[in-house]
Design a protein around this ligand. Structure first.
Ligand code: IFM
Length: 453
């Protein structure tokens, strides 16, 4: 598919791809990995078609193939996640040398190809014993996370120049603890808020632990969606603002300003909140944004979506999600709104001003079936143009990681949603680059030879 070349991005802009352990590794019992809350959730039949992630994409055995694919792409960086239960099987105590050794080899393989390893320490796979002890509802989990962060950094900080503490704490809180659609499957609605606070605390403690172990260049990957108001009533406005606060600012504000966006939220959080906020807001080297699409939100009403992308929306929520009008939708049914990325980045810049560290787009991508995937190419092209417009508007964005390098297990959707630049045959685990892989490779190469911005 031929498209006009992308405009030139700033010199040194980092081009990458992302993945996560649970979604790709498989190798469930190869090296002493412990079970995670997600393994237990899958065993309860909560993944589509009764699937599990015990094979994943076979990344644990085939990581060298994927590193070669990254090299072929010309990627500068690979964002993967370290599986906490592979490294510390019980979540605390004994460190699994074989598990840690896997990441050591992966990092070496990436470095050998000149690809920056960018590990995420937590991409949702809580060690099962910790999940059973309350998971993120339990303050102790934050302390255990910091210990695990030290273990990983002590081993890898000499070769890893970029670190991500936690991926999408909002999704873990909302989908896992409030709505019960993800592991651990709790339906606590607003009583899930401690899970948010404890992940934030875990992030802050991990930043301290990483730095103490010699790691530098630390960020976090937070999901953000511009929230649009459906309707014109006071109730609609209130509902949209509440949704915006919960999904966009309940995480970003504590991290970037040391305050919750609303005193009412702060009052609902457990523990010595003021002291915790001082830990949570330790200055970051950069801040990661995961963007997929905007949200349209109004007052709860009978025409609100009872279900959003497979996630059931209980009627007692104080807001209602509406369908965004969009000519194009991914196979997931998600609207395709590239300008939402520019809008969001400008909003972050306006809200936090000098308090906003440099940004990276830590995830952005789409699910489409097929090896010939012109709609993914159009998606990536349009989102990169939107990102470029944000940079032109003065937002300091230093890199872009597309989600994802290969197809992978899309949580409760199992193998049914394909986000990869590379197709995975789940029978044979054979990898086949899609048309979008060639497009992204050529786009990266063109940036390298483009006149400097
Ligand atoms: O696959 C997920 C990823 O694990 C977290 N961010 C959103 C992606 C697509 O749903």
């Amino acid at each position: 598919m031929s498209m006009p070349p992308l405009p030139a991005f700033p010199p040194g802009f980092l081009w990458g791809a992302s993945a996560s352990a649970f979604q790709t590794e498989g190798g469930a019992d190869t090296d002493g990995k412990g079970p995670s809350g997600w393994d237990a959730f899958a065993a309860r039949g909560r993944i589509k078609d009764g699937a599990d992630a015990s094979r994943g994409t076979g990344f644990h055995a085939r990581y060298r193939e994927d590193v070669a694919l990254l090299a072929g792409l010309g990627a500068d960086a690979f964002r993967f996640s370290v599986s906490w239960p592979r490294v510390v099987p019980a979540g605390s105590g004994r460190v699994n040398a074989a598990g840690l050794g896997f990441y050591d080899r992966l990092v070496d393989a990436l470095c050998a190809h000149g690809i920056t390893p960018a590990p995420t320490l937590y991409h949702w796979d809580t060690p099962l014993p910790l999940e059973e002890a309350g998971g993120w509802l339990n303050r102790d989990t934050a302390a255990r996370f910091a210990e695990y962060a030290s273990v990983v950094a002590e081993r890898l900080a000499d070769r890893v120049p970029m670190w991500i503490t936690i991926n999408e704490p909002a999704e873990v809180t909302l989908l896992g603890y409030a709505l019960g659609e993800h592991a651990p499957g709790k339906q606590l609605l607003f009583d899930a808020l401690p899970a948010a606070h404890h992940q934030l605390l875990a992030h802050g403690l991990a930043v301290q632990a990483l730095r103490a172990a010699g790691a530098a260049n630390i960020g976090i990957a937070v999901s953000h969606s511009p929230v649009r108001t459906a309707g014109t009533s006071e109730e609609d406005r209130f509902a949209a603002e509440l949704y915006d606060t919960i999904t966009n600012w309940m995480f970003a504000d504590p991290i970037l300003t040391g305050r919750y966006p609303d005193e009412n939220f702060a009052a609902l959080m457990p523990g010595p909140v003021a002291d915790d906020l001082a830990v949570i807001s330790a200055p970051l080297d950069w801040y990661g944004v995961n963007y997929y699409h905007p949200m349209l939100v109004g007052a709860p009403s009978s025409d609100a979506l009872g279900d959003f992308a497979g996630v059931g929306m209980p009627a007692e929520l104080p807001f209602g999600l509406r369908d965004i009008e969009s000519e194009e939708r991914t196979d997931f049914g998600w609207p395709v709104v590239p300008d939402g990325l520019r809008e969001l980045l400008v909003r972050l810049n306006d809200r936090f001003g000098d308090g906003l560290p440099p940004l990276y787009i830590t995830e952005n991508g789409c699910s489409y079936d097929g090896l010939d995937d012109p709609r993914r190419i159009a998606f990536l092209d349009a989102h990169l143009r939107s990102l470029h417009a944000a940079i032109d508007a003065g937002v300091d964005v230093r890199g872009y990681f597309t989600w994802s390098l290969t197809d992978n297990i899309e949580w409760v959707e199992g193998a049914s949603q394909r986000f990869g630049l590379v197709h995975v045959d789940y029978e044979t685990l054979e990898r086949t680059p899609k048309a979008s892989y060639a497009w992204y490779r050529d786009a990266i190469a063109a940036q390298r030879s483009a006149p400097q911005r």
